[in-house]
Design a protein around this ligand. Sequence first.
Ligand code: ATP
Ligand code: AMO
Length: 429
Amino acid sequence: MRISLKEVTAETETAEVIGWVHEVRDLGGLSFYILRDRTGFLQATVVKKKAPEAVLEAAKEVSRESVVKISGTVKPTEKAPGGRELIPDSFEIISKAETPLPLDVSEKVLAEVETRLDNRYLDARRPKVGAIFQIRSAVTHGINDYFFNNGFININTSKIVAAATEGGTELFPIAYFEKEAFLNQSPQLYKQMMMAAGFEKVFEIAPIFRAEEHNTTRHLNEATSIDVEFSFADHNDAMDLLEDVVIAAYENVEKNCSDEIATLGIDFEIPKKSFPRISYAEAIDIAAARIEEDIGYGDDLSTAAERAIGEEMGVHYFITDWPTAIKPYYAMPYEDEPEICKAFDMMHPRMELSSGAQRVHQHDLLVEQIQSKGLSPESFEFYLKPFKYGMPPHAGWGMGMERLIMTMLDLPNIREAVLFPRDRHRVTP
Ligand code: ATP
Ligand code: AMO
């Protein structure tokens, strides 16, 4: 029976394995085949004078990245990776790889990102790339577990919608029979409507679509958003929950991905509660003192400003109490100071990771806020109606999965954190 390469140890007597041929080294009388699967490497050693004829034939014919099935005896040796080698009795080429390869999987230095993404199936064979997606899977698992263990209901909302939710970024229009329709920028309106439905605590991990014009290393046109909404909660509860979810994600990676962390060679530290919280006004003061740029109260935080504040604040921190004017209409203004709202961003020195807020739950105030953003309440009718028939107070946030992974693993480009990125120039593979 086939076992994984990691399961073959120096104590194993015989083994049958299937893997890709990562490297071939022919020393004349001896040849080495470094096999690879998702669990690791194993050296198969063919001694020309001793090997059966059929083994010699297959070994001669095989090319790198072919899939092979080898069975034989295992011997301990200091000279091979993992302290053992496999001496084949049988060597079968299951699927031969053509030469030359579009991308050299064994090369230590990664190729250009475009070449890698064009050949993602080969790129993802590299242990360093595979490790990112094993870790991403553990992050999803840890976050799902956290939500399920804490009474949240998993929901799925439509990605085909009739209106924008997040002002600012552009929408992707789609051909939808006779109607005007778009790809959803955020499940914002739908998760809030489920508060009116009495679901109390909901979450969704799903794609969001944003027609970001520019190609940057932290924007995608299709991203994965971790969205949450819960009732009888304010912005402080939402920030507490966000801290717990981020920590749960890191903890699950630490628990299950020690090999992958070692493969990536990164420092991995679980963030500690509580993340510092500063107001927007304090953040502006920090930025103004540190950067050349002219920056004042009421301005959006530029990338340079975010960096400067990050230097002062450390790895994860919150910026709270934003001017109502620069946050979306659904953010709740303070009763006694309505020009400031109960919105927050969770930051990392490299970028924003999440935005959230306590929401406006009063129908008339919401209409007013929609109008004050220059939007028309008529186009939000389906959203506004639930606010007339018993909408509880509620809060929530959205966090970009790729940005979480990118900052967790110190990846230089957000494209590294998604299997098949969509950007301005890329819709394939
Ligand atoms: P989000 O848009 O999801 O809130 P973000 O990190 O994109 O998150 P923004 O408020 O859009 O945050 O942008 C923060 C700053 O980053 C902007 O002031 C701008 O300087 C820069 N920026 C944002 N989007 C782009 C872009 N598409 N291209 C270049 N720079 C951008
Ligand atoms: P916001 O627009 O800030 O808020 O988005 C939330 C988070 O989603 C991620 N994100 C992106 N990641 C990669 N590429 C993009 N183009 C992109 N756009 C957004 C970021 C960002 O912090 N409805 C609110 C959330 C809420 O209040 O619940 C919203 O969408 O990590």
